[in-house]
Design a protein around this ligand. Structure first.
Ligand SMILES: Cc1ncc(COP(=O)(O)O)c(C=O)c1O
Length: 374
């Protein structure tokens, strides 16, 4: 069998120059000595973790964060030698892979530190780990008062070495900074306690994109941008005006159909034509990440015009109303995310229409959609 020689009509184009521009924006917000830990989990928010990590590494980024050991292993298998931090759950059953792939864990519980130390045994070179403090996110993490006792426990005399201390902010994108400030203060108190006990913490990090933009006090000496690298921000408008969306999602009209008034389309007849209509069928559906919540709610650009999604989005197909486009044919480009002519549809628009956040829109773009890099 010969390999595929053609691309499908639905593709995600990833603009690496936009990624680089966003990285530059992030760096400009940091004080000298503050470094970037690029968040490339969830396949780099749907952009393709290997290609994104390689592109960022070429721009001098030396640290990357993923959520799972498999995600870290995927980067290593692709030849990435940079530091890789695993920020999610650490099942002891996966410790062999964690160590085998030279991944840096974020420890969030003393049992995990003890089990990892036991597995490492009498290693002569201590293994670097980060610790996570829960200062108010209420997710993974040690309570502030658990940090010092853990660092004074035998596991940290050897074989573990504290390479970093982190926390995560629950509300950094709120226009009201109060809760983020409380969390930053709790984190600072933990750090002061460690300093008083004579412990040094090489890397200190708390800031996601929203805190990079809005909370300089959370920068410490390392920041963890995710969504801003991909061109989006969740902070109040204005603060992130120069970010460039990196991904666009494009398809092509598969068929143009004519409806009489009263004809219906797609499952459950959720759209009935109120006038004689022209409908274009697009070969993209919820299996590709185009949410079913966009049924009768979304818009798609064709010939620079916004066409409404009509009827239920199906697993592999979506229908749009192109009645007002006099000269439309199969093969015409349809832009689901991105710019066409003078108009653009952003992941934030899809998020608003479907009741979610741009993160979920981007992460949801399925593996069936090829990522094409330029
Ligand atoms: C622990 C942690 N740090 C940083 C980030 C990056 O956040 P953002 O994409 O908002 O910059 C995430 C993403 O969810 C995260 O879970």
């Amino acid at each position: 069998m010969s390999p595929l020689t053609t691309s499908p009509p639905t593709i995600a184009s990833v603009d690496l120059s936009a990624l680089t521009a966003n990285l530059r924006q992030a760096r400009q917000l940091l004080s000298p000595g503050c470094d970037i830990l690029a968040v490339v989990k969830a396949d780099a928010y749907g952009h393709g973790a290997v290609a994104i990590t390689k592109a960022l590494a070429q721009q001098g980024v030396t640290r990357f964060a993923v959520a799972t050991i498999q995600e870290g292993a995927q980067l290593r298998d692709a030849g990435i030698q940079a530091q890789i931090l695993v920020m999610g759950a650490l099942p002891p059953a996966q410790f062999a892979d964690l160590l085998g792939y030279d991944l840096t864990p974020v420890i969030y519980e003393s049992n995990i530190a003890a089990e990892l130390a036991a597995r490492l045994g009498a290693r002569s070179i201590p293994y670097p780990v980060h610790l996570k403090v829960d200062t108010g996110m209420g997710r993974l993490g040690l309570l502030p008062e658990q940090v010092l006792p853990l660092l004074q426990a035998p596991a940290f005399q050897r074989p573990l070495r504290l390479a970093g201390l982190m926390t995560h902010l629950a509300d950094a994108d709120n226009a009201d900074p109060a809760y983020a400030k409380i969390q930053i203060e709790r984190f600072q108190t933990v750090l002061a306690g460690l300093r008083e006990a004579g412990l040094s913490v090489p890397l200190i990090h708390a800031a996601n994109s929203a805190a990079i933009l809005g909370h300089p006090a959370a920068h410490f000496n390392l920041v963890r941008p995710g969504i801003m690298l991909y061109g989006y921000s969740t902070v109040p408008s204005g603060q992130a005006a120069t970010l460039k969306p990196v991904l666009s999602l494009r398809s092509q009209v598969a068929q143009v159909r004519r409806l009489k008034q009263g004809d219906s389309v797609s499952y459950n007849r959720a759209f009935v034509a109120a006038r004689p209509s022209k409908i274009a069928v697009l070969p993209i559906g919820y299996a590709d990440g185009y949410s079913r919540a966009l049924s009768n709610r979304g818009y798609v650009l064709v010939q620079g015009r916004r066409c409404s999604v009509v009827g239920r989005v199906c697993m592999d197909m979506t229908l749009i109303d192109v009645t007002d486009l006099p000269d439309i044919h199969s093969g015409d480009e349809a832009v689901l995310i991105g710019r066409q002519g003078a108009d653009a549809i952003l992941a934030t628009d899809l998020a608003a229409w479907s009741g979610t956040i741009p993160y979920e829109v981007l992460c949801g773009i399925g593996p069936r959609v090829p990522r094409v890099y330029s």
